[in-house]
Design a protein around this ligand. Sequence first.
Ligand code: FES
Length: 181
Amino acid sequence: MNEPRIPRDPARRDFLRGAAAAVLGGATLAMPVGAGLFVFLDPLRAPRGAGTWSRVTRLSALPADGMPRRFTLRAERVNAWTRYSATPLGAVYLRRTGEQSVQALHATCPHAGCLVDYAPARGGFLCPCHNSTFAVDGAVNDPASPSPRGLDALEVEIRHGEEVWVRFQNFRVGVREKVPA
Ligand code: FES
């Protein structure tokens, strides 16, 4: 005995194919959009300002003799809900190395994260925590220093002939390599 034949309905088949494609396409699109909204709206994910350019000072504020000066960098943080007042990012030493050139060094000791002092009598930097010493260009200048590397150099630019801009970035402490934190 023959089975009854089910008539084929091209219109219905096309409708079901279209509906399945729409569901799959919607699900595919929803994931990245949802992730983007989460990042945008979550107040705990405010940008830290690390790796961003900041205008620090004017060239004329740096001693012509190359003596380093320490500056605290601040950044305003904004997210979808809140605008924070300027919060400290960290500290840098700036020193003139020429008419239009400046060296920027992170002021944090790469050993364990203490703030280093500039010691004019030594002509270099001294970390008060475990006595690491650094030359004025940031290099470790005493083999007995526990710091695994010299002070971390930061990118610096002179803009408009007078403004000193620094790209501030933190690095991991306690390791030989200069690894962004
Ligand atoms: S934190 Fe600077 S020497 Fe230890």
